[in-house]
Design a protein around this ligand. Structure first.
Ligand SMILES: C[S@@+](CC[C@H](N)C(=O)[O-])C[C@H]1O[C@@H](n2cnc3c(N)ncnc32)[C@H](O)[C@@H]1O
Length: 243
């Protein structure tokens, strides 16, 4: 994977990202014309592109969902039950991905640590958060902190540090691949399905949070065959809550 830095892109930030993730960056005059999967940085931020499709995270698309009257009807927020925690409760999103679930949880009042180990997904998320911080989303962003690395390492030294741990490991089988949204077509080229979700769950349990929340496809088996204390299910997904 290469990060192409266009002349309008932020050189210092490209270097910072490259130093942190190990993704090499190359200043170029224009985006290459081949179909290789790559990151491209311009003054409009960072894009994942294969020359035909491109993807960039944008928390603005979630603004309607975080409006006061609507946020509490989000299945994720119902499952997390922020009102059962004290103000400023801490939450580790151990599978941050593109940060959309974290954004909803931060909007609901949690102080969220987002941890992502895939260098490309981390870069896209870091850029999404950077752009959002510069805009009207600052109050929510001020409750979000991003780490690069394997969340098992954070959890192993976290005894009691997090009130809630959230797990959304990628689920392997996707039978109706034709229905996958465009953005996932690109992202699925990056991350193999999580094979150690069970290990992640057992490390999360050993970190002694008050609650662990696991997102699953509605009819999937329990992660690690661990029966939850309760489940909140929607049409296609469910949240298994281990208290
Ligand atoms: C299904 S996605 C999460 C989507 C996310 N909930 C969202 O709202 O965008 C799963 C993500 O977890 C990351 N991941 C899986 N295991 C991890 C681990 N042990 N540490 C850090 N990140 C992990 C993967 O790289 C992938 O980006």
């Amino acid at each position: 994977m290469m990060l192409y830095l266009l002349p309008s892109g932020d050189h210092d930030w490209a270097k910072e990202l490259s130093d942190k993730t190990g993704i090499p960056f190359l200043p170029v005059d224009k985006e290459p014309e081949d179909d290789s999967l790559r990151l491209v940085l311009s003054d409009r931020g960072l894009f994942l592109s294969d020359g035909t499709l491109s993807y960039q995270g944008d928390f603005h698309t979630l603004l309607a969902r975080v409006e006061k009257n609507r946020l509490n009807s989000e299945l994720l927020v119902k499952a997390a039950k922020p009102k059962s925690f004290s103000t400023g409760a801490t939450l580790l999103d151990a599978t941050a991905g593109l940060g959309e679930d974290s954004f909803l949880l931060a909007a609901a009042g949690f102080c969220v640590t987002l941890c992502e180990r895939n260098p490309v997904i981390f870069s896209l998320l870091a850029d999404t958060m950077k752009r959002a911080r510069e805009e009207a989303l600052l109050p929510i962003l001020s409750r979000m902190e991003l780490y690069f690395g394997d969340s098992k390492e954070l959890l192993q030294s976290a005894d009691g540090k997090y009130d809630l741990v959230y797990l959304d490991p990628m689920f392997p089988a996707r039978a109706k691949s034709g229905l996958i949204k465009k953005k996932f077509q690109l992202l699925q080229k990056l991350e193999r399905p999580e094979e150690n979700g069970e290990e992640l769950l057992s490390v999360a349990i050993s970190a002694h949070p008050k609650k662990i929340l696991v997102k699953r496809p509605k009819n999937a088996p329990f992660l690690g065959e661990k029966a939850p204390s309760y489940t909140i299910a929607g049409d296609t997904i469910r949240y298994d809550c281990i208290v």
